[in-house]
Design a binder for this molecule. Structure first.
Ligand code: SF4
Length: 623
């Protein structure tokens, strides 16, 4: 059995893990231990239940069954399973985008009065990108036209998806030559399900090429649309300061946690927490105010735009409840553990599910619809406030740990900090002060000590003068480790340190939530276009040191398809097929100009990324 110290490198989490053990509370780590040893067929990706003649499984040692009942080999089964993971991940990001656009549409039609356009410049620039003229039209008319243009990207039958045009010309040409230019967001996902039905696509390479196409419909489609329209609605993030970790929870205020992935509701919760009526009620109930804190990417969204503090990463969602100080855990969609139902029952915490798509055992359901957005948000915050007197002080223990961070580095904010163009960044890279760019993203996974992979990989990169851009739980982990403050430049190599000190920025730039990896694509394109090269020529590498979700599989696939070498910290279920493994780790290089590596040790992963960056520098004639 692992100790609290072995489960996490974060001291606030260790304290809560110890508290959980003392109180006999079960966490994800305990359930992981109960699952061991995990099914080897599942780990290798060689079990199939795509039809009811099965389930079938392949003997990995070549001594037993080599084919499923239909004749599918390990290569076919592994590739089909991977394609279904990509489809699920792309669907999650893209359905999030669809909801954001539908909210925008309702707002534009005057049916969602709680929302406003916060970034008018982005509205007009997006409209012009979509060929919508603003002449003699009201702002709302332009918005309505933009909403239908964006919605048509989902159901489009013939591509390409328009945002792909933001990629360098060379990438577009390559995608087109390979036949993987995404046509319509929903179309690619539906085709994944069709192709993986028994008796359809049965060639591993052919199947995986469609995986790349589907992932591109996520990265340059769904995710990018989500980011852009959320910026229009809620504002494009700009640098600001905040605090992270479980210590942001308050002893004397009502604690409301917003957890999940969409900002549509949490934006309203942040506003409702400042409502004088609710503040007065909080005072009546004995609290000194209302404290909203985030977890996962809903948290990242409000952090980036409002500086709302973050209580933790994916693996800290249970730990936040275990503090005994959370009045309401308010969730929308994605990465929300169903275990929260039982867990919140052990404390006074109200577990409130809000999405029409996502319910959980043990929730107080308060379904959210844009038409009554603010009223519902107020009701939710009120329920939290009324729950404050139920806090059992004997069960409360909030770790002291909280860390300052500087966040809000959208692509626009980074370009602004550079004086309007990527030229100073390119000069710093060309001159060698910055060796390259590392994009480090992704989840937590109980298979890796919490935050160990994230923090050590990023520290190694900055020590070697690689500027790191980050999103998702990696960004939160880095913030908890104190890497998102300008003072962290002291941990960077001399070159990067000099650049950070001159610009007053941290060596690790928080670019947002997981859908905001699209911001990294936009930034990479801007740098590649300025240099007149392809993204695959840049001294840049990606990593997901503690990934776990199907969304991360889609992300990895679109980052590689965009030309960026990517190191995964946990092993995807593909090792049952040598052909698929070889294609992902080597073969793709010759096809798409980038490939995957798998390396659980963050120090070795950093070496792989540094070696790749050095190779790209050499190819560009840089020292
Ligand atoms: Fe077995 Fe083929 Fe059916 Fe999969 S699709 S369960 S391998 S018969």
């Amino acid at each position: 059995k692992q100790t609290a110290f072995e489960k996490s490198i974060d001291s606030a989490s260790q304290i809560m893990l110890q508290k959980a053990e003392d109180e006999g509370i079960e966490t994800a780590w305990d359930r992981y231990e109960q699952q061991l040893p995990q099914c080897s067929f599942g780990q290798l990706g060689i079990c199939c239940r795509n039809c009811n003649m099965g389930p079938c499984r392949i003997d990995p040692f070549g001594e037993g069954t080599e084919k499923g009942i239909c004749g599918a080999t390990a290569d076919i089964i592994v590739a089909r399973n991977l394609l279904r993971m990509i489809a699920a991940g792309a669907a999650a990001h893209s359905d999030h985008a669809r909801d954001a656009v539908l909210t925008f549409k309702k707002m534009s039609e005057g049916k969602a009065g709680s929302y406003r356009i916060k970034d008018e410049a982005k509205l007009y620039s997006l409209a012009s990108e979509y060929g919508i003229s603003a002449e003699e039209k009201s702002r709302e008319e332009v918005a309505v036209e933009l909403a239908s243009a964006l919605l048509s990207e989902f159901g489009k039958q013939e591509g390409p998806i328009l945002c792909t045009k933001r990629a360098p010309e060379s990438r577009l040409k390559l995608w087109s030559e390979l036949g993987i230019e995404p046509r319509g967001i929903d179309r690619e996902i539906v085709e994944c399900m069709h192709r993986t039905h028994i008796g359809v696509d049965n060639d591993a390479t052919h199947i995986l090429l469609h995986g790349l196409r589907t992932s591109l419909s996520d990265g340059w489609g769904g995710s990018m649309i989500a980011t852009e329209i959320q910026d229009v609605l809620f504002g494009t993030p700009e640098p600001k300061k905040s605090t992270v970790n479980l210590g942001v929870l308050s002893h004397d205020k009502v604690n409301v946690i917003v957890h999940g992935h969409e900002p549509i509701l949490s934006e309203m919760i942040v506003e409702a927490a400042e409502d004088p009526e609710l503040l007065e009620l909080a005072e009546e109930k004995g609290a000194t105010g209302i404290n909203v804190a985030g977890i996962c990417c809903t948290g990242n969204e409000t952090l980036m735009r409002h500086g709302t503090p973050i209580a933790g990463t994916f693996l800290q969602q249970e730990l936040a409840v275990i503090t005994g100080a959370v009045e309401a855990m308010v969730v929308d969609v994605q990465c929300i553990m169903p275990s929260l139902g039982n867990l919140t029952g052990c404390y006074h915490t109200k577990f409130i599910s809000t999405s029409p798509k996502a319910d959980f055992p043990g929730t107080a359901r308060m379904e959210f619809h844009e038409e009554e957005a603010y009223a519902t948000a107020k009701e939710i915050v009120k329920a939290a406030v009324e729950n404050f007197p139920n806090r059992n002080l004997k069960k409360v223990s909030i770790p002291e740990e909280k860390q300052e961070c500087m966040v809000g580095f959208s692509a626009e904010a980074i370009l602004k900090a550079l004086g309007g163009s990527p030229a100073p960044l390119i000069e710093a890279i060309a001159g060698g002060a910055i060796k390259g760019i590392g994009a480090v993203v992704g989840c937590n996974n109980v298979k890796i000590q919490h935050n160990y992979g994230h923090v050590n990989l990023v520290k190694e990169l900055i020590k070697n003068n690689v500027l790191v851009v980050t999103t998702g739980c990696n960004a939160i982990a880095c913030a908890e480790a104190g890497l998102l403050v300008p003072e962290a430049a002291a941990l960077a190599g001399d070159g990067l340190k000099g650049v950070c000190e001159a610009l007053g920025i941290p060596p690790v730039l928080h670019m947002g939530s997981c859908v905001d990896i699209s911001r990294i694509l936009v930034l990479a394109s801007a740098v590649a276009n300025s240099l007149g090269v392809d993204i695959s020529d840049l001294p840049a590498a990606g990593a997901a040191p503690e990934w776990m979700s199907e969304k991360a599989v889609s992300i990895g696939a679109y980052v590689v398809s965009s030309g960026v070498f990517t190191v995964l910290g946990t092993i995807p279920p593909v090792l049952g097929s040598q052909a698929v493994t070889a294609l992902l780790t080597k073969g793709l290089d010759g096809v798409i100009g980038a490939s995957f590596a798998v390396e659980p040790d963050p120090f070795k992963a950093a070496d792989l990324m540094l070696e790749h960056i050095e190779g790209k520098r050499k190819a560009l004639g840089l020292k």
